[in-house]
Structures are given as structure tokens and as C-alpha cells.
Design a protein around this ligand. Structure first.
Ligand code: F3S
Length: 393
């Protein structure tokens, strides 16, 4: 792989050990995937921030990195942590976990990373079509590639951090036009009526295409929040980083190598696979990925003239940024009995310590992850059906 003189110097440790390590990670990735050079990036997004999923070992590494004085070279945002920064006591987070988690956030902040603590950084900052970026967090990767038309490979947290430190990524994968072409055609025959249906479609598509690029018919008029759910489901069950609408697709080999139908039966079967219990929900969760302003307003409309039934715990998660611009709507919904948490979500908080044995949600990605990360049983349901179940006049 070709490196400029400056890049060679970084790799040889002339700018210090932290940048040498970061460059080694970036160059190794490039060599593994056959990149010919490095390209500059506009921004980065780092995942793997929750102390629950990260543990102690990476913390020591992060501490020494943050003490070195090195800073990221491009604007970089951070994924959610294990609790709401302002409501951690109310969430029952032990002080020890709080302290460790805040050490992690401090380390990232010392590196110059903006502690946005959200998986939807694209609501805070404009990401332009064609921009090369370095993103971790699969739901955001698929969304910004497919909907916003930026370009990123699907990086792990350490690779995204290293790329932001270097300000460059290797030129391979989804940074290249040739790899942004369709391979498998997904013909959607099922009627998609709710966000949950789009997430479930994503789970199905991810599981059939693996790392190939799907072209999906029947989603031409879908809105950005629906496509956000599709992105999240696709990122959770598959390895691809991009989907295309049929109208915009160019094919890798001139035509689809395979066609797969998604009809009412596949929709129903995928719901059934995700649903792990028929019990009444103990916790209800909206906001995976973190809610947009529009989604919060829709929730408000659905809750007009209603309130949450006594004894039902309902969470909605969003970013601090969106919470602020939706302040009035959030206050309205909180009065109705919905708790708004920022900086976190059910998957990355210590749900298993809170005693919930099941969680109902309209988010397929959460339903997919809850059994693994939270030792809890998911129930996935359409939004209106959930509201019907948990509210009263
Ligand atoms: Fe975001 Fe948590 Fe879902 S980090 S994408 S809300 S699992």
C-alpha cells in the first residue's frame, strides 16, 4: 500500500507512540482488505463505550492513550454509555459502575472526542453525500451509507478511534464506487405498516445477504425514520454496510445474482423468531436507534388523550441534542408516564441488574440483542399495538 512521507513517519513513530499504534491499526486494515492508499476523512464515530460491554482491560489502555496528550484529527462523536448522565441514580446504577463509566467518557473527551453519547450522531451534525468518514456502530454505518450517501466501512470501535486519530482510512470497501453496487434483489411483497416492520425487514435481509449489498424493492417512498429502522435491523443481523433502493441501484454484475422475496409469511416468521415470550411486558422501550424529533412528535400524537397505565415502566431514549429541541414534547410525554433517558439505551445499560425479565419494543435491533446482552426476553410489536396495550384514557 502506498504511503506518503508523512504517513510513513507516523508509522515509524516519529510523531509518538500513540499515533504509531493508530497508524499500525489503519495500515493493517488496509493490507488485509487490499487498499492501495489512505484517504482523508471528514469525521469519525466511535462505539464500544459502555462499561458494561467494554469491561476493565480496554480502560487501562484508554487511560494511557488519553494521558499521552494525543488528539483526534477530525470531529469525532461517541456512542451511548450505560446510563443517563443526569439520572443514573434513579436508574439504580451502582456508584462503582458510574465511576468506571465516567472514567471511560473522560478518556475519550481527553482525546478530543465529543461525548455526544448517541447512536444517531447524524441528527447533531450534517453528514454530506460523498463524504468519506470512519464510523463504528452498525446502525449508523448502514444509515449514513444508504440514506445519507456518505462513505464508510463498517469499523469496530478501535479501528474508528485509530482512523480519527490519524484522520485517514484505507481506501477499500464502501469507499469505492464498485463496491457500492447491488448484488442481491430483495422483493418486498409484504405491507410495511410500522417502524417495527421495517426493522424486522432489516433483520430478515441481514440474515439472507450476509456481507453482500441488497437492493430492496418496495421502499421507494419510505421515510428516513423507517429507513433508520431498516438500517438498524440490517446492521444487527448481517455484515453489510449498505442497502440500495431499486430505483437507484447499479448492479455489480449487470443484474442481481439472486432474488429473494419478503412476503407476509416471511414478515410473520421473522417477528415470531424475534419474539421470545408471550408474557405481559415489564418494561416497554422506544428509541433504538435514538429517537428523532419526528418520532418523538409522533409518539406525542399517539399519546394525546391517553396516559400510561399504572405499574407499567416505559422508557424512551434519545440524544441530549434531540431532547433539547423536543423539550416541550418530552415534557408532555413525561407527564403521561413515559421516562425519557438520554446517553443510553436498554441494550447498553445494566438491564439485567434492574430485574426486568422481559422488554417490549418496536425496535427489531433491540429485540435481536436483548437476549444476548441483557439476559431478558424481548417482545417486538407494532407501535400502535404497544400504545394500545400500555395506555388508558
Ligand atoms: Fe442505539 Fe442502543 Fe439501539 S446504542 S442502535 S439504541 S442498541
Amino acid at each position: 500500500m502506498y504511503l506518503t512521507k508523512e504517513e510513513e513517519k507516523m508509522l515509524d513513530g516519529e510523531y509518538g507512540y500513540p499515533l504509531e499504534i493508530a497508524m499500525k491499526i489503519v495500515v493493517s486494515l488496509g493490507e488485509i482488505y487490499g487498499a492501495d492508499s489512505l484517504i482523508p476523512i471528514e469525521r469519525g464515530h466511535v462505539s464500544g463505550v459502555s462499561y458494561k460491554t467494554m469491561g476493565d482491560a480496554p480502560l487501562e489502555f484508554l487511560k494511557s492513550l488519553s494521558r499521552s496528550g494525543v488528539k483526534v484529527k477530525v470531529p469525532t462523536t461517541l456512542n451511548p454509555i450505560g446510563f443517563d448522565l443526569n439520572r443514573w441514580r434513579e436508574m439504580g446504577i451502582p456508584s462503582e459502575f458510574y465511576r468506571k463509566q465516567m472514567e471511560i467518557v473522560e478518556c475519550y473527551s481527553n482525546l478530543g472526542i465529543d461525548p455526544t453519547l448517541t447512536c444517531t450522531p447524524y441528527y447533531l451534525t450534517e453528514i454530506k453525500p460523498g463524504e468519506d468518514v470512519a464510523f463504528a456502530e452498525s446502525s449508523a454505518v448502514v444509515y449514513i451509507n444508504s440514506v445519507l450517501k456518505a462513505r464508510t466501512n463498517r469499523l469496530g470501535g478501535p479501528a474508528a478511534l485509530a482512523s480519527s486519530m490519524v484522520g485517514k482510512v484505507p481506501r477499500y470497501g464502501y469507499h469505492l464506487d464498485d463496491n457500492r453496487r447491488g448484488e442481491v434483489l430483495i422483493e418486498v411483497k409484504a405491507r410495511l405498516e410500522d417502524y417495527s416492520d421495517f426493522g424486522v425487514l432489516g433483520i430478515f435481509v441481514g440474515s439472507v445477504v450476509g456481507d453482500k449489498v441488497p437492493v430492496i424493492s418496495g421502499i421507494e417512498n419510505s421515510n428516513e425514520d423507517e429507513l433508520k429502522q431498516l438500517s438498524a435491523g440490517l446492521g444487527a443481523s448481517g455484515m453489510t454496510a449498505l442497502f440500495l433502493k431499486e430505483s437507484e441501484a447499479l448492479w455489480k454484475d449487470g443484474k442481481p445474482e439472486e432474488k429473494v422475496e419478503f412476503d407476509e409469511e416471511e414478515l410473520r416468521e421473522t417477528y415470531e423468531k424475534l419474539n421470545k415470550t408471550n408474557e405481559e411486558p415489564e418494561l416497554v422501550f422506544f428509541g433504538c436507534p435514538h429517537l428523532s424529533l419526528k418520532e418523538i412528535r409522533e409518539l406525542r400524537r399517539k399519546m394525546e388523550g391517553k396516559k400510561i397505565r399504572d405499574g407499567i415502566e416505559v422508557w424512551a431514549c434519545t440524544s441530549r441534542y434531540v431532547r433539547e429541541i423536543a423539550k416541550e414534547d418530552v415534557e408532555f410525554l413525561e407527564k403521561k408516564g413515559i421516562k425519557f433517558f438520554t446517553d443510553t439505551c436498554v441494550v447498553v445499560t445494566w438491564l439485567e441488574r434492574m430485574g426486568y425479565t422481559n422488554v417490549m419494543t418496536n425496535a427489531a435491533k433491540s429485540a435481536y440483542y436483548i437476549p444476548h446482552f441483557c439476559k431478558s426476553l424481548p417482545i417486538i410489536e407494532r407501535t400502535n399495538r404497544i400504545i394500545e396495550k400500555i395506555s388508558t384514557k
